[in-house]
Ligand binder design. Structure first.
Ligand SMILES: [Ca+2]
Ligand SMILES: [Ca+2]
Ligand SMILES: [Ca+2]
Length: 357
């Protein structure tokens, strides 16, 4: 009996010791205004900045590496200025964590003004399947809330489901159909319905949003965020490797010479570091590449034959957010698409044309 009591006592001491060690190992409290110390939505923390929510310790003495870039894009260095909020959502009515979808602007050496991460179309929003910012989350009635956007009278009526990390604008046969209700965070998922005739030209303007405009990073820790886009249509059209993409804005970069351009000016940043030295030392010396948005790129007559094909990404590499994860079965065979760099390509346009029903 006494031996049993001694055994219990020693077990108790071991447990108390373990608790005290664990208490000493507790992480520091989250920074004020943060998200409770959790990694931000949109996937695991990766890329630039420290691997936690600590603000980046900037070393202002860190100098830019030399640039060997000789391509067709415009190069900028450092962050631009806030421009304004053109998003449809400027705050959450729920207690969800909100990150502003405001835009920024940077002026190039030759006086050109570029809006970041992309210039938005201030058109109408869309119906969300899931939105935990301005509503409770699941929108069970989304189908009944859809209005048919008529592109072509007498055309096929098509319903689409969309999830974007972080923002999309949809064009069908050259006409604007609708835009994402939330530009940045939290992550929503969307439905649209339209009527259009064949050949059907689908064009999407997409951005991985940022808070440091022009250097492709987010939050005080200067995280290099990732992107991704997926769309399913009830007539069988889905995002897949048949889509064409064109990267417009690539950042952050040390030496932009890591970006490979083919003879048509299609950029491939997949050889560049997703954790460039500048992003971990002094973001003000990070560079960005800006390609001209091709004129009329969303129009049916635009020739995208020289664009590169979409790169496919696994859902788990794009998002673990409920806006997609809880609705994955509503996306059927659709695949997440983006350009060759899910992390560095922050503004990408995409097209897909279907000749016949
Ligand atoms: Ca969104
Ligand atoms: Ca993102
Ligand atoms: Ca990015």
């Amino acid at each position: 009996m006494q031996r049993q009591i001694m055994r219990y006592l020693s077990l108790l001491i071991v447990i108390m010791l373990a608790i005290s060690v664990a208490a000493q190992g507790d992480p520091p409290p989250p920074p004020p205004g943060g998200n409770g110390g959790q990694p931000p939505p949109g996937g695991r923390p990766q890329g630039g900045g420290p691997p936690n929510n600590e603000p980046l310790e900037i070393n202002a003495n860190y100098q830019a590496v030399a640039s060997t870039y000789v391509g067709i894009a415009t190069v900028t260095m450092g962050a631009g200025e806030p421009l304004g909020d053109f998003s449809l959502t400027s705050g959450c009515t729920s207690n969800s964590r909100f990150e502003s979808g405001a835009s920024g602007i940077i002026t190039t050496d030759d006086g050109q003004e570029i809006i970041l991460p992309m210039e938005v179309n201030e058109g109408a929003g869309t119906v969300d399947m899931y939105n935990d910012c301005t509503s409770n989350g699941d929108n069970a009635d989304y189908i009944n809330q859809l209005e048919t956007i008529v592109i072509d009278e007498g055309g096929e009526i098509i319903t689409a489901h969309i999830f974007a990390d972080n923002y999309f604008e949809l064009y069908i046969n050259g006409q604007f159909v609708g835009r994402d209700n939330i530009n940045f965070i939290p992550f929503n998922s969307t439905a649209v319905r339209f009527q259009a005739s064949y050949p059907l030209t689908i064009a999407v303007n997409m951005a991985d949003w940022e808070t440091h405009y022009g250097i492709g990073m987010e939050y005080d820790r200067y995280n290099v965020g990732d992107a991704g886009f997926i769309m399913w249509m009830d007539n069988g059209i889905v995002t897949n490797a048949d889509w064409k993409v064109y990267p417009v804005y690539i950042a952050p970069l040390d030496d932009p010479g890591c970006v490979v351009e083919d003879q048509f000016g299609n950029a491939d940043a997949s050889a560049c570091s997703i954790s460039p030295e500048c992003s971990r030392n002094n973001p003000e010396v990070c560079r960005a590449l800006h390609y001209n948005l091709p004129a009329d790129w969303m129009m049916p007559e635009f020739d995208d034959s020289n664009w590169q094909t979409a790169t496919l990404y696994e859902a788990e590499d794009v998002t673990n957010q409920p806006g997609y994860a809880d609705y994955a079965d509503r996306f059927g065979e659709a695949m997440f698409i983006w350009s060759p760099s899910l992390k560095l390509d922050n503004h990408v346009i995409a097209r897909y044309t279907v000749e016949n029903p």
